[in-house]
Design a protein around this ligand. Structure first.
Ligand code: GAR
Length: 200
């Protein structure tokens, strides 16, 4: 069976991208081929991680561009690369309905909470963990889902729960959710989605 041409969209540190690259190097993602990492920020450390792993990179800056121009640049890159699957791994922009409709069940996102809790517009990065701590939940976690027109509203592929512990700060909780959930379920979901695509 062949591997699916996959692009990863990032904006920041890229620890989720690293988890994908590490699993690929271990041979755990036989049906996923990383053809490009696209960053919405030129200074994202995720770009260095991609270069180190030998994956070609591209920067589509969000800053200074309209949403239309930003998305047109990403689309152009994806089309040139013949990308079939797109993984949002710490990608901090919401893609328009027009964009998302071009790739039905072809875009995955990792979200640092158990959706539908703490999801949607305004819930990204540390803010998600701040909200969870403020609400006093005792369990949180991560979700990998398909992306549709509703922010964080697409079909769920995998979820994993993580305990909130006394004394947690947003930063401590974020790290635990990454280590115990995101870095495990994102590669697994990528392989599931790639296999599904190949079986269509
Ligand atoms: C991760 O926790 C990811 O789930 C979250 O941002 C962090 C990025 O870390 N993504 C979102 O909130 C998207 N709505 P990373 O750059 O180290 O992977």
């Amino acid at each position: 069976m062949r591997a699916v041409r996959t692009a990863v969209l990032v904006s920041g540190g890229g620890t989720n991208l690293q988890a994908l690259l590490d699993k690929k190097a271990e041979g755990a993602l036989p049906h996923v081929d990383f053809v490009r990492v696209i960053s919405s920020r030129p200074d994202a450390y995720a770009l260095t991680r991609a270069e180190t792993a030998g994956v070609p990179t591209h920067v589509s800056p969000r800053k200074g561009n309209t949403q239309e121009a930003f998305e047109a640049d990403i689309l152009n890159c994806l089309e040139k690369d013949k990308a079939e699957l797109i993984i949002l791994a710490g990608f901090m922009s919401i893609l328009s309905a027009d964009f998302v409709r071009r790739y039905p069940r072809r875009i995955l996102n990792v979200h640092p909470a158990l959706l539908p809790a703490f999801g949607g517009k305004g819930f990204y990065g540390l803010r998600v963990h701040e909200a969870a701590l403020q609400r006093g939940v005792k369990l949180t976690g991560a979700t990998v889902h398909y992306v549709n027109e509703i922010a964080d509203g697409g079909e769920i592929i995998l979820q994993k729960a993580v305990s909130v512990l006394p004394g947690d700060t947003p930063e401590i909780l974020q790290r635990r959710v990454m280590e115990q959930a995101e870095w495990l379920i994102l590669p697994k979901a990528a392989e599931i989605a790639a296999k599904e695509l190949l079986n269509e």
